[in-house]
Design a protein around this ligand. Structure first.
Ligand code: SAH
Ligand code: AVI
Length: 300
């Protein structure tokens, strides 16, 4: 049975190391905050992926093939999608996103820009089996933005294997290992937008589930763990406090954290190995000029 937001929150806050699934960041407010993150000077990921996609668009389109079905997971605002659609001219575009608001807004914009394109949006959680309308045309799966980095390597493996069953080719955006200072800055921006994005998860739990998190008593904390190769995002309790959610009571001591997100960073070879384990026989990588980010073209 699919678990609900409430069940996931109660389960996550009941464990010894409290955690919340990052897919719940993206309500309407969270999707707007994420769109602001993408424009921050410190958040190089979006600019680097856009730059390499623009520069290598012809070769990316040759790899992906034209006129087929483009299935995009975690399409969000659809900025990169627009570039790809222009170059690939797919017959059908299937954006998949958990955020109904982001999905609707992007589909409306793209329909205006590409009036002849058949757009079939699917609102849902890509970590569970989803009904994706499959056409008989050649299919390519697009998973940009380093959203794969928010999955554990085991989940990423399962996702790649699932995609391989759906399309012979896949394009995946992957954030690369780099100077930890750059990584740290990207998740600790000076304007505090990432902090607001992180705290919005608690605000959403208050709004939708009627909990009573006092947002003034929580702090955003993000750090890079080089041994794990990941950014960890947490919310830290500023003192002993109790939070009520329906019949549940959660107690937090000063310094207790709720782990809200991992963002894995891969080496070029590390991701190639992951793709090979998931059954892709070849992996081509396009990188930006500073070597910060890679877009992989995977082939079965
Ligand atoms: N592709 C865009 C957005 C990345 S943000 C870019 O490259 O900038 C991650 C996106 O994935 C968000 O739009 C979020 O709503 C969506 N998302 C996160 N977890 C998801 C899940 N489990 N299922 C479906 N969509 C998810
Ligand atoms: C969507 N995802 C790839 C972002 C990331 O970089 O892990 C989410 C994010 N978290 C904090 N800033 C951005």
């Amino acid at each position: 049975m699919p678990s609900s937001f409430r069940d996931d929150v109660v389960a996550g806050l009941s464990a010894p190391q409290k955690s919340l699934p990052p897919k719940y960041f993206y309500d309407a407010a969270g999707s707007r905050l994420f769109a602001r993150i993408c424009r921050l000077p410190e958040y190089y990921l979006t600019r680097a992926e856009l730059a390499l996609t623009r520069r290598d668009l012809a070769s990316i389109a040759r790899f992906a093939g034209r006129g087929g079905q483009l299935i995009e997971y975690g399409s969000g605002e659809g900025i990169k999608s627009r570039l790809l659609i222009r170059a690939l001219r797919p017959a059908v575009y299937v954006p998949v996103d958990i955020s109904q608001e982001a999905l609707d807004a992007a589909a409306r914009r793209l329909a205006r820009e590409f009036p002849l394109l058949r757009i079939v949006p699917v609102a849902g959680d890509f970590s569970r089996p989803l009904e994706i309308p499959i056409s008989r045309k050649p299919r390519v799966v697009y998973f940009p933005g380093s959203t794969i980095g928010n999955l554990t390597p085991e989940e990423a493996h399962a996702f790649l294997a699932m995609s391989r069953g759906m399309a012979a080719r896949m394009l995946v955006g992957v954030d690369l290992k780099k100077d930890p200072a750059l990584l740290h800055a990207a998740y600790n921006d000076a304007r505090g937008v990432t902090a607001a994005f992180n705290l919005n998860l608690l605000a959403r739990i208050n709004r939708e589930l009627g909990a009573d998190f006092d947002l003034r008593r929580w702090r955003h904390y993000a750090f890079y763990d080089p041994a794990e190769g990941r950014i960890e995002m947490h919310l830290v309790s500023m003192g002993a406090q109790k939070v009520e959610l329906g019949k549940h009571r959660f107690h937090f001591a000063a310094g207790d954290t709720i782990h809200t997100e991992n963002s894995y960073k891969y080496s070029l070879d590390g991701f190639r190995e992951l793709a090979a384990r998931a059954g892709f026989t070849s992996a081509k990588a396009w990188t930006d000029r500073r070597g910060l980010f890679a877009l992989y073209g995977l082939n079965t």
